[in-house]
Design a protein around this ligand. Structure first.
Ligand SMILES: [Zn+2]
Length: 212
């Protein structure tokens, strides 16, 4: 009798979980999963997220060797501090260069890459494009568009919710200082604004999405 009741409880709770909608956290194809260790640094506190936006960034790191692998290692070792945010570390989901993509956070956990306590961090998957010397920008952009296409399909995110970092207003966590809108990713903006470059990127995402 006891066993039967326990079984029933398990069944009911599984049903409840499926009704609530299971958030996908599958990793995209061709991605090296090299996560920040659970419970540490950018994952110091477990903060689940249901992604409804994708935020595109550029690293602005021109050092030689500052590709996807080295950024993933910095995140993994807690080298990137977030002095003014709630968790003390910076973190995002994917880093892309011209030949590789690394995943540092599961897509169902929130990062710290966009706007401190704002909706950007609370609801978006963060993608950083590398710009280290020698890295091919066109290839990096192409790979980013492909990954974005896969992610919007996987999570049912509309193209209108693929946004540049500049979309989000940055108000610091600790002193509430308003930093406004960062001009990121700078090479997809036209004179600091959304224009033909951003539209071309979205068109590329859409064409890859249609092909999936
Ligand atoms: Zn950014």
């Amino acid at each position: 009798m006891k066993i039967a009741r326990a079984f029933l409880l398990v069944t009911v709770s599984l049903l409840a979980a499926s009704c609530a909608g299971i958030v996908s956290h599958r990793s995209p194809p061709g991605v090296t999963v090299d996560l920040v260790p659970k419970g540490m640094y950018a994952r110091r506190i477990y903060r689940p997220m249901r992604p409804t936006f994708i935020t595109i960034h550029a690293t602005e790191n021109r050092s030689r060797g500052a590709g996807a692998y080295s950024h993933a290692q910095m995140l993994k070792r807690g080298s990137l501090k977030g002095e003014h945010n709630a968790i003390g570390y910076i973190g995002w989901h994917f880093t892309i260069d011209d030949h590789s993509t690394y995943q540092s956070l599961p897509t169902n956990e929130r990062g710290e890459h966009a706007d401190y306590d704002g909706q950007g961090n609370r609801s978006s998957i963060g993608i950083e494009m590398c710009e280290n010397r020698g890295n091919d920008r066109a290839r990096t952009l192409d790979r980013t568009a492909r990954l974005t296409a896969w992610l919007i399909k996987e999570h049912g995110i509309p193209l209108s919710r693929v946004v540049p970092h500049m979309h989000w207003r940055m108000i610091r966590h600790d002193d509430h200082r308003d930093l406004g809108h960062k001009k990121c990713p700078h090479f997809l903006l036209d004179n600091g604004r959304l224009g033909p470059k951003w539209n071309a990127f979205l068109a590329k995402v859409e064409s890859y999405r249609r092909a999936l």
